[in-house]
Design a binder for this molecule. Structure first.
Ligand code: DAH
Length: 349
């Protein structure tokens, strides 16, 4: 009996330890030591029954008072620790909204993708549908049905990659024009399509030539289409692309699949026609080839030439970009130099 602490000593020790507890974990351990099933205060309660009857009441009251007091103090202590833990967490997790943000590097489209979409959008608003075709093509569509027969000297203009094949002559398309044939074989007029896509020519690469490059073809066939429609359509395109103040020029040119054929130019957007490095002092920039679809081409796809006429055009989007931005090397598009590409993306008009 003498070895056990008195209620007063136990109370003092318990309160000292509880006040010193700096976290919730410690208060839980404290509970086990004093108020839990095997705790010191619980042990005192169990002793009540073994006391002489005259001491039981006073001892019982004292132990119960201690138990109540310690229980209440524990709750208070835990509540205050919880509150300060929450405060610390709020402080440490707080976001300083005044800090400058960290920039996120976003991806962007390749300039050739953007220019093609821009071109097709402009024609799209004028009623042209965008379609695509195969890069590995029958020579029949790439040449013959475009009025370029095998023995025709014009066939040499296109330096062709040939594909080995058992049967028909197959090539990598040298232009997007074969899609004129494919489109017309697949439907009756009215036709209004633009065709973006890769083309191939067996050529040495330099600042203005690539062996693989892009073209956008255009074709419109219907009743009553005239050269005036061609001029109006291309003029609208040039003004949307190079500015509403552009002057245009149409001159005779030759392509086997059109008659008449034209070369379409705009006044130089850089110098306004006065003459500069971009337009090689001529004041004009040649944008594309075009013309009225040759009646023989219409005949070969089975169109009624007494009823239908059409116009066609073909342009090189990379070349258009070089002109629009005053760039001097077409090879830059395909070097995958991310700094150059990003610069193009930022400079986009
Ligand atoms: N296919 C021609 C080339 O690659 C470009 C062209 C010229 C397309 C006149 C046309 C056109 O549709 O009418 O050089």
């Amino acid at each position: 009996m003498a070895a056990e602490p008195t209620i007063i000593e136990l109370r003092a020790a318990a309160l000292t330890r509880l006040n010193a507890a700096s976290d919730l974990e410690t208060t839980r351990a404290w509970y086990r030591d004093y108020l839990g099933d095997h705790g010191a205060v619980t042990a005192l309660t169990k002793r009540i029954a073994s006391l002489p009857p005259e001491q039981r009441r006073a001892f019982g009251i004292a132990v119960n008072a201690l138990k109540t007091e310690l229980g209440a103090t524990l709750s208070e202590r835990q509540a205050s620790l919880e509150a300060s833990a929450l405060e610390t967490r709020i402080e440490s997790e707080a976001i300083d909204v005044t800090l400058p943000g960290r920039p996120v590097r976003r991806g962007f489209l390749h300039p050739t993708t953007r220019i093609i979409r821009e071109i097709c959008d402009i024609f799209g608003k004028m009623g042209f549908q965008t379609v695509e075709g195969p890069e590995v093509e029958y020579a029949k569509y790439n040449f013959d049905m475009l009025n370029i027969p095998a023995d025709h000297p014009a066939r040499d203009v296109w330096d062709t990659f040939h594909v080995e094949s058992g049967e028909s002559e197959i090539v990598l398309r040298t232009h997007t024009s074969p899609m004129q044939v494919r489109t017309m074989l697949g439907q009756q007029p009215p036709v209004r399509v633009v065709v973006p896509g890769r083309c191939y020519r067996y050529e040495a690469t330099d600042a203005t030539h690539l062996a693989m490059f892009l073209q956008v073809e255009g074709l419109a066939v219907d009743e009553g289409i005239t050269l005036a429609d061609l001029k109006g359509t291309l003029t609208e395109f040039a003004r949307q692309m190079f500015g509403p103040e552009r002057k245009t020029r149409f001159r005779c040119d030759f392509f086997p699949f059109v008659e008449p054929g034209v070369d379409f130019a705009i006044d130089c957007p850089q110098c306004g026609g006065k003459g500069c490095r971009l337009c090689k002092q001529s004041g004009w920039i040649e944008l594309l080839g075009a013309g009225m679809v040759h009646p023989r081409v219409l005949e070969m796809v089975g169109y009624d030439t007494s009823k239908y006429t059409g116009f066609a055009f073909g342009m090189g989007p990379e070349r258009l970009m070089l002109l629009k931005y005053g760039l001097d090397d077409i090879r830059d598009f395909y070097k995958n130099d991310i700094r150059w590409l990003r610069q193009m993306d930022r400079a986009w008009l």
